[in-house]
Design a protein around this ligand. Structure first.
Ligand code: MLT
Length: 311
């Protein structure tokens, strides 16, 4: 129906350029405002969010006209999918717009960790000149264990190969054919744990992956292992991390994500062998443009009655 004007609420801040398909559409009225700052939520047909807005049953009950929630990003863990289904609301995401950014950030974290760059930076900024304290390790010849081999894991593997690293990949859904195509060796979780010098996780957070690297599994890693989490907080158990950092089994940790976010005065921040960033792996100009554009186009298609993917 050409007369219909669709009301769209963009609750979290998003790339303006990415939102252009919506902003320029004649039959769309787009409001960029947090859900908590809008008095009357009943009018909206579509809701666009990143990770800051929690879409739960309570919010959905206040939005009786809502037809679609779009997550400009990958993880839909801030959206109650069961409640959405009950309300007849479709949920879509932007599964590949931030793949490269996340793989690159993970690589930056690996390099920072192996060369003590954050620590050396803090030291020189504090007026010191300490060349002895920051001896690191080369990546060449080291074994990188990748747990979870979807889009991000695959891109990371390609970058690691350029650095002449050996790769061991564990993913229960990875076929031998695909592994061969990408040129990686599939391994069991046990093999990844026991043979890797650096282990990075790239899975969603599910019942199966929560605490996957916990007390028991970290014990199976090499002494002196480095661990990276740029996926979801909780895949590597934070209490277990403290334990193994304290007894020296884990040599270093790089975290972009945490069990509870935002992080304020997190205990792990006081460990010198922990480097961290505030969930910014997908925060690049390119990724944010991609994910906002991807969901904008999908939402438009959906409202116009066309089929959508990524739901
Ligand atoms: C995602 O799920 O896409 C990333 O964690 C980035 C984000 O939260 O926006």
């Amino acid at each position: 129906n050409e007369e219909t004007i669709y009301q769209i609420l963009v609750s979290d801040s998003m790339s303006k350029e990415g939102l252009l398909p919506l902003l320029e559409s004649d039959n769309v009225r787009c409001i960029e405002k947090n859900v908590n700052d809008v008095d009357d939520l009943t009018q909206f047909d579509a809701l666009l969010v990143r990770s800051a807005t929690t879409v739960d049953a309570e919010l959905l009950a206040k939005m009786p006209n809502l037809k679609i929630v779009a997550r400009a990003g990958v993880g839909v863990d801030n959206i109650d999918l069961d409640a959405a289904t009950k309300h007849g609301v479709v949920v879509i995401n932007a599964p590949d717009g931030n793949t490269i950014s996340t793989a690159e950030h993970t690589f930056a974290m690996i390099m920072s960790l192996m060369r003590n760059i954050p620590q050396a930076y803090a030291s020189i900024k504090a007026g010191e000149w300490n060349r002895k304290a920051f001896q690191g390790f080369e990546l060449r010849g080291k074994t990188l264990g990748i747990v979870g081999f979807g889009r991000i894991g695959t891109q990371l593997a390609q970058r690691a190969k350029a650095f002449e690293m050996s790769l061991l990949v564990f993913d229960p859904f990875l076929t031998k054919e695909r592994a061969e195509k990408v040129g990686v060796q599939t391994a069991s979780l046990e093999e990844v744990l026991s043979q890797s010098d650096i282990i990075t996780v790239h899975t969603p957070l599910t019942k199966e992956t929560k605490g996957l690297l916990g007390m028991e599994n970290i014990a199976k890693t090499k002494r002196g292992v480095f661990l990276i989490n740029c996926a979801r907080g909780g895949i590597i158990d934070e209490q277990a991390l403290k334990h193994y950092l304290e007894n020296g089994h884990v040599a270093g940790v790089a975290l972009d994500v945490f069990e509870e976010e935002p992080v304020v005065d997190h205990e792990l921040m006081s460990y010198p062998r922990v480097i961290a960033t505030p969930h910014i792996a997908a925060s690049t100009l390119e990724a944010q443009l991609n994910v906002a554009a991807q969901v904008s186009e999908e939402v438009l298609r959906f409202l116009q009655g066309e089929p959508v993917s990524n739901s």
